[in-house]
Every structure is written in structure tokens, then in C-alpha cells.
Design a protein around this ligand. Structure first.
Ligand SMILES: Cc1ncc(COP(=O)(O)O)c(C=O)c1O
Length: 365
């Protein structure tokens, strides 16, 4: 890749380019740290959003406990970047992956979620062979109906099985309230998060009543950071998107700003009122709706093909654009857009400051 020099103005960068506004990102990290300062809960930010060690280190420097990963491959990238305290908030299943997990457990204090008795037995057996004792969180289904066991007898049984496994350490419980994080009405969202955290902390208390030691109670996303992060008994929150934000989260009135965009170039002006750019669905995702054109009033991105984007301008066009002009587009879903880029172009005050590899992009195994 030809890398333009530090100090290059943002709008002159080669495109399509994934842009990170460092002042905004650092302010978002600080805002989260300020909110949690007087709370018992701390943040273990989710890496699935930015997948970038340089950003993880900024979050750790601001007080993050460690990191949360969705996949083993992400965890391996973070471990290679020197991060030791890693939660894989997911089930690790299958012989090959168990080997990789135990290999990671040799150099990090890894933690993994479980919701199945056979999986616990397999983890214990693999840990025994590797001579390691990874930490385990029992995943509770607290309303999302994805992975996780129901609060009650099964949770207690599974937590007891982990506690009795010679090569595993029962660290606590986790439950992610994904069904609540995008609820537009703030009070409804808070009520949904409170309900989920009642189930999660209740499950932790049930285990304690059965004589089990539960240290970690982990949940919380960006949309619910304030409710879940202040809920009595919750010790960690797993929010990820707050660092960059995106078009979908922007719409629900959170105290974080959008620091992410994709810069593109106008390559054609085929008809009055229409611009074609070099930004297609291979560079920006659209499963949460069409991305937004920034700084051009009345302009909307109405069509994405593989390598082209079609922008319709207000009539008459508010700004006369020429082929070669660059435009910034706000993704509606940050995580899936970042995952299809090799590099972040980090800018401050409109000038390029750093280029960071998105180290864990595509690490879905
Ligand atoms: C397990 C888990 N924890 C936390 C999150 C938080 O993500 P966000 O900050 O995007 O709400 C997610 C999002 O999918 C998740 O799957």
C-alpha cells in the first residue's frame, strides 16, 4: 500500500479510506471512563467494534479492566499485542479451537463463556492436557434468547460443574442484553436493561446462595451502558460501539459522538443531480440501512453496488461537485464496515496522524 505522509489533509487521502477522528474517539473513551469513575462496574470494552490493538491500548490506558472478544481469532490478535486479561464472550467449541484456547491460556489470563455441560467437560479435559486453568463465566440468557442458560436450577448445576472441574476456575456469570441496546425510547431502553440485569445479578446471587464464588457479573452494551453500568451487582460492562459510534447508535441520543467515516471520491457525474463514488458495498456495510452522506445538505446515498455508490443531490445541488472531489460517509453499522478494511486512517484536526492496521479484521474463526 502507498501510504501518504502524516500531516496529509483528510480530504486528500486516497480512497476509499476508513477514517477515525482521534479527538472524537478519545473524548468517547474519556466520557465512558468519567461515567464509571464512581461506579463499582468497570469497562472491559468489546474488540468486535474496532478490532485494532492500538485502540485497545488507548482504552486500557483509560482504565479498562481488559478486553472482550467475540472470537478466538480476535483474542489471539489482542494477546499478540501484549494484552493479558481477555474475555471471549462466546462459547469455544470443537477440538481445534479448544487447542488454540488452551495455547492462549499459557500466555494470557483468558476467560471464556459456557452454557453446556459437555462443553465444560471438554474444556476441563483440554485444560488438563495443556496444564492450564482458564477462567470460565456461565452465560445466562437474560432476554436476548441467543446463547445462555436460563436462570434457575440449570445455572446452578452448570456453575457447580465448573467449580468442581479441577482445571477450570469459576469466575462468574455474563449476560448480554442485546435485545435492549437499540430501543429508541430512553426510558423503555433503561427498563429493558434493568430487567435483564435483575435476571443476571439474580443468577449470580442464586449461585452464591448455593455456596459458589461469583466474582464477575458481566453484561452491558453501548445503548445500555448507563443503566447496566450503574446496576447494583454488575461488575463489568462489555460495550464496544461507544468508541467510534455509528449511524444507527447516533439515532438514539447517547452521550457519545460519531468518530468514524469512510472517505470516498466522486468518479462520475453522469446526470444532473447524481454523483457516482468509488464507495460500494465492498467498503461499507448497509444491513442497518443506507449510510449517511456527511456535510452535504440534501444529499443521500441511495444505491450501493459492489464498487460504486450512487448519491442523489438536492435539487438544485447545494454544492457543485466535480469528479475527483472527496466526500465523507457515515456508516450505519460501524463493526461490519471496519471489518472489511485493512487500515484505519487516524486524523486529528483534519490532518492524518497515524495509520493503524485493523489487526483482527476478518478473524472470525
Ligand atoms: C456479547 C456482547 N457483548 C457486548 C456487546 C456490545 O456491543 P455494543 O457496544 O455494540 O452495544 C455485544 C454486541 O453485539 C455482544 O455481542
Amino acid at each position: 500500500m502507498y501510504v501518504q505522509p502524516v500531516g496529509t489533509p483528510k480530504l486528500e487521502l486516497d480512497t476509499p479510506a476508513l477514517i477515525l477522528d482521534l479527538d472524537v474517539v478519545e473524548a468517547n473513551i474519556q466520557r465512558m471512563a468519567d461515567f464509571l469513575r464512581d461506579k463499582p462496574a468497570k469497562i472491559r470494552p468489546h474488540m468486535k467494534t474496532h478490532k485494532t490493538p492500538a485502540l485497545a491500548h488507548k482504552q486500557l490506558a483509560a482504565g479498562a479492566l481488559g478486553v472482550t472478544c467475540a472470537k478466538l481469532g480476535e483474542a489471539e490478535v489482542m494477546a499478540a499485542a501484549g494484552i493479558k486479561d481477555i474475555l471471549i464472550a462466546n462459547q469455544i467449541v470443537g477440538r481445534l479451537k479448544l487447542e488454540r484456547l488452551m495455547s492462549l491460556a499459557r500466555s494470557t489470563d483468558i476467560m471464556v463463556a459456557v452454557d453446556d455441560e459437555q462443553n465444560v467437560a471438554d474444556l476441563d479435559e483440554a485444560a488438563n492436557r495443556w496444564g492450564v486453568r482458564p477462567r470460565v463465566l456461565v452465560e445466562i440468557d437474560n432476554g436476548t434468547h441467543r446463547c445462555g442458560v436460563q436462570r434457575g436450577e440449570r445455572t446452578i448445576r452448570l456453575a457447580s460443574q465448573v467449580a468442581e472441574s479441577r482445571n477450570l476456575r469459576l469466575a462468574g456469570v455474563m449476560g448480554y442484553e442485546g435485545f435492549a441496546v437499540f430501543i429508541a425510547d430512553a426510558e423503555e431502553r433503561a427498563a429493558a436493561a434493568r430487567g435483564a440485569m435483575e435476571i443476571l445479578t439474580g443468577a449470580a446471587d442464586d449461585c452464591r446462595s448455593s455456596g459458589l464464588e461469583i466474582g464477575i457479573v458481566s453484561g452491558g452494551g453501548t445503548g445500555t451502558f448507563d443503566t447496566s453500568g450503574a446496576f447494583p451487582g454488575v461488575t463489568e460492562i462489555q460495550a464496544g460501539s461507544y468508541i467510534t459510534m455509528d449511524g444507527r447508535y447516533k439515532g438514539i441520543g447517547l452521550p457519545f459522538e460519531c468518530g468514524l467515516s469512510v472517505l470516498c471520491t466522486v468518479i462520475s457525474r453522469p446526470r444532473p443531480g447524481v454523483l457516482i463514488t468509488d464507495l460500494g458495498m465492498k467498503q461499507i456495510s448497509h444491513e442497518f440501512g443506507m449510510p449517511h452522506v456527511l456535510n452535504v445538505p440534501g444529499a443521500s446515498l441511495t444505491k450501493l453496488s459492489e464498487e460504486h455508490g450512487l448519491i442523489e443531490l438536492a435539487d438544485p445541488p447545494s454544492v457543485p461537485h466535480q469528479p475527483g472531489d472527496t466526500l465523507e460517509i457515515l456508516p450505519t453499522h460501524g463493526d461490519t464496515t471496519i471489518n472489511i478494511h485493512d487500515y484505519f486512517f487516524a486524523v486529528r484536526g483534519g490532518l492524518l496522524e497515524a495509520v493503524w492496521a485493523v489487526g483482527a479484521r476478518g478473524k472470525s474463526r
